[in-house]
Design a protein around this ligand. Structure first.
Ligand code: F9T
Length: 258
């Protein structure tokens, strides 16, 4: 049996904004491995982007469902719709995070209570809420993958509040892995190196980080959405069936440096 074959697997990809999204790199890699994709998006203005991108994947058109992860009702409606249309799912790619611009630069000590709650809600709690809803559809077991970043493990200038949110996300991956393992549901994260996406525009001084990676990372280059996508496909496939609660760095090795 080809352990990288995802034929017949239904995988929900949450967080495609445009063709530069890491979520889109994950979707293309999953599609090439034979998976059936379901897309969710937040905000009317993204629906058209997702429809247009999904149409470029040959084969039957994918289900596209709105999902605002700050609303428990919306998450319930989203997964009820997916259950009605698809039935069983085998994976969820959680590619969702947010912090207000003013909380992604300057001094972390100045973070507001409101900004903190908003970022932790969207960037960390949403994984738990999504896992709770997805669990009911994962009747044949499954795999959940989320995106994290080095700034949650150690201080990265300007990453600030998002670093605290990612630290919460990373711990959530471990506790969810522990809860869901007995249902044969694995929970892992990919720590991607910096990639020029719509989200990256929100983080201060992004260009200097890209340059630093090129100069210092063991592979002396930045990573791409495709490389992250292929590692996600590995984590959704049976090739990774013994791995849960893990964080894989797809970052040209940058995280090993002091
Ligand atoms: C200073 C660190 C540079 C490397 C950052 C790599 C990275 C790039 C993008 C990442 O994802 C987000 C997602 C939302 C986010 O919040 C945003 C994004 C755009 C506008 C806005 O108001 N908030 C910030 C980063 C992310 O978690 C990590």
């Amino acid at each position: 049996m080809d352990l990288l074959n995802l034929k017949g697997k239904n995988i929900v990809v949450m967080g495609v904004a445009n063709q530069r999204s890491i979520a889109w790199g994950i979707a293309r890699s999953l599609h090439d491995a034979g998976a059936n994709l379901i897309f969710t998006y937040a905000g009317e203005r993204l629906e058209r982007n997702v429809q247009d991108l999904s149409a470029t994947l040959e084969g039957k058109n994918s289900l596209i469902v709105p999902c605002d992860v700050t609303s428990d009702e919306d998450i319930a409606k989203c997964f009820t719709k997916i259950k009605e249309e698809v039935g069983t799912i085998h994976g969820v790619a959680h590619c969702i995070a947010f912090a207000n611009k003013e909380d992604l630069k300057g001094d972390f000590v100045d973070t507001s209570r409101e900004g903190f709650k908003l970022s932790l809600d969207i960037s960390a709690y949403s994984l738990t809420a999504v896992a709770k809803a997805a669990k009911e559809l994962m009747t044949e077991g499954g795999s959940i993958v989320t995106l994290t970043y080095l700034g949650g493990e150690r201080v990265v200038k300007n990453y600030n509040l998002m670093g605290v949110a990612k630290a919460a996300l990373d711990a959530s991956v471990r506790y969810l892995a522990n809860d869901l393992g007995q249902h044969n549901i694995r929970v892992n994260s990919i720590s991607a190196g910096p990639i020029r996406t719509l989200s990256a525009k929100g983080v201060g001084d992004f260009n200097s980080i890209l340059k630093d990676i090129e100069e210092k990372a063991p592979l002396r280059r930045n990573v791409t959405q495709e490389e992250v996508g292929d590692t996600a496909t590995f984590l959704f496939s049976d090739m990774s069936r013994g791995i849960t609660g893990e964080n894989l760095h797809v970052d040209s090795g940058y995280h090993i440096l002091g």
